[in-house]
Design a protein. Sequence first.
Lengths: 153, 153
Amino acid sequence: MVNSTQYTSAALKAELNSKGWRMTPQRETILKVFQELPAGNHLNAEELHARLETSSGISLSTVYRTLKLMARMGILRELELAEGHKHYELNQPYPHHHHHLVCVKCYRTIEFKSNPILTIGSKAATERGFKLLDCQLTIHAVCPECQRSIVPL
Amino acid sequence: MVNSTQYTSAALKAELNSKGWRMTPQRETILKVFQELPAGNHLNAEELHARLETSSGISLSTVYRTLKLMARMGILRELELAEGHKHYELNQPYPHHHHHLVCVKCYRTIEFKSNPILTIGSKAATERGFKLLDCQLTIHAVCPECQRSIVPL
DNA sequence: TTAAGTGCAAAAACTTTGCATATTT
DNA sequence: AAATATGCAAAGTTTTTGCACTTAA
């Protein structure tokens, strides 16, 4: 378990309460799933729901509501890597913060880090008075394998 | 009309043909719509279809198919700025290439440029053998106005 | 000619919402 | 006690697909 200490459920509760929202077992469980997710993994709503269903019976509605809430709070990052559905991962601070290189054909995804980008992104936001939540470079490209294949689309 | 000379329909035809695909009036028309779109504008499938419907009667299916095709060819950029639907814009080279700063609450979007990011992105792709199609930094943040409002979500 | 592209309508996939009930604060 | 959150089922959006017909190469 690599990332489990980043963001405690107490911190989540505090942040929720400061805005008049509430901590619930569902939200705590969902946070935990993301914290225990191995680096480089992402989940969409359906996948998260599948993991939760067995143990806790959290509904799909709540999954969607929680993902949106946490993304807007800056706790989760919304990734648009593959077709059709958003994926989510923990929004981690500096040493773990990373970007994505995605093959538009096979959707293979590679993570990479870059401090300069983080710096440029923060500056772009703050100098316009925006409060930064997330800063992600997404590179769309064709991977070496797919460059060779003549497969269409 | 600022960008009309960037990418001719002849160039599109050549690129399509090189892969066994075909130029069609629909594809030509859609390219033209994007070329004539004022800087800073984006269209989703529905909006593009609405513009086409009046004159040319291009179907929604074709709109979706064409957007996906052109995005994967690197001609269009797929943007994930607001809720629920993708937006598209021309994927423009260097002097026009830009990134997006988006308010997660009101979805106000600001474009900004950065050469260093383009450089870092190209390098990240090519040093892994990927052929670069697009490189976009998306910054999620809260705009000054929305920081003041206590409106939830 | 013949393989790719289009339009249509139907289906699929994804996400949101209304409402009664349960829970935090 | 009051207001937020949840679960369920239903509805809403967005996107894809099958198929017969058309058209570019």
